[in-house]
Design a protein around this ligand. Sequence first.
Ligand code: SF4
Ligand code: SF4
Length: 470
Amino acid sequence: MFGTHLFPGGTHPHEGPGGKKVNEGNQITDVTAPFRVIIPLSQHIGAPAKAVVKKDDHVLVGQVIGEAGGFVSAPVHATVSGRVEAVRPCMLANGTSCDAVVIENDFKDEWIELHPTDHAETLTADELREIIRNAGIVGMGGATFPTMVKLNPGEGKTIEKLIINGAECEPYLTADHRLMLEEAGRIIDGIHIVMTALNVTEAVIGVENNKKDAIAALQDACRGMDGIHVKELPVRYPQGGEKQLIYAITKRVVPAGGLPLDVGVVVMNVGTVFAVDQAVREGRPLVDRVTTVGGLVNNPGNYRVRIGTPISLLLDACGGVKAETKKILSGGPMMGLAINDLEVPITKGSSGILALGKEAIEPDEGPCIRCGRCVRTCPMKLMPSSMDAYIRKERYEDAEKLGVMNCISCGACTYVCPAKRMLTQSFQSCKRVINLRKKQAAARAKADAEAVAAQQTAANESANDAKKEG
Ligand code: SF4
Ligand code: SF4
């Protein structure tokens, strides 16, 4: 019934010490909440949340400390009880900064009053969406798109299928694997809730077939249920890319610049639907998440971590890193970001923290030898070597014509390049330049339109004055 459609390109990245094989056997363990959490108000795509607490306020776990700053936004909640030390800027893993609420933990772990329900099945789609919005849930696979927005496809858009992303194709990362294994029933419950909110009758969970135990657990949990299926997928990076997953399961191609909605699909990560279940059935807002801490860490594992935990304190709680560590990454080795400041906190989108050795040091680039490997590997059918050549000459428009804006930053081209060219980084910086230029052009166009409108108003007023005087 469900054939698998291989996406073009892709690769099979290798892992070093402390990779999936080590971590997939480690049960999810709670990390003690730290003495201080730094909770960014911008942990999602869209407008940052607006702080609704101030220095010295006392807060409870689950209390709203930042209200959603717009439709595409999400509220933020206190993740420990205690005193608000400050509302101040903090650094994020991507090198940007935003305001954050810093809370000194009183270690009482006092929660707000939660409102669980044992009749989730009777709630309407509107009621479910409201709960999910208030719980601050965003895409937990790393994309951090506010879940409530995905549940509102908008006028004229029909969703036929819900796809659940359990591929977890990045090397080292096993948080989703463990969640599927340990919480399969709740993931299925969360899928039911999302199906109701979206009014769809079919959901497919895509899991790479190197996680046979998780596939079996999910199949057991949904046995006899209509409309929910588990799909084994071949192991191939980036199988968990949204567009690649949609193609593998439906053979539908999301158009360039388009969204899954355009092909009648909504995609959610397994961690997201688990958080949905917690929000609806327990009334629990999103205050923690499961994160893989791997690589050269003394006690690697899959840890349930309070959002806002500084990475330095998380690594301490995991026994610290080994002496040969050269680099700390937020995320996996293919798409992750190097962290220079270990005060950067865990956020809703933090799927993993990795300590890597000398293999992670970027080697010197050589000249392109035109081997074409990057072209054959690109899952988006782009021409990485040609785009990169343009970008190095600052010919960004030409790179845009070749489709650089469709690059999903999967890192596969950089990984296979024998000349060790920093292709993905080149495309990321090019996209930033193009986006900035577009923003500047839009601002100029808006200012010009306002100036023309002001001139028109002044001309009308002076014509009216002239009429009155006449
Ligand atoms: S990083 Fe971009 S260009 Fe490189 S393989 Fe991935 S999608 Fe293609
Ligand atoms: S893989 Fe590297 S060396 Fe080969 S064509 Fe692409 S950029 Fe050039």
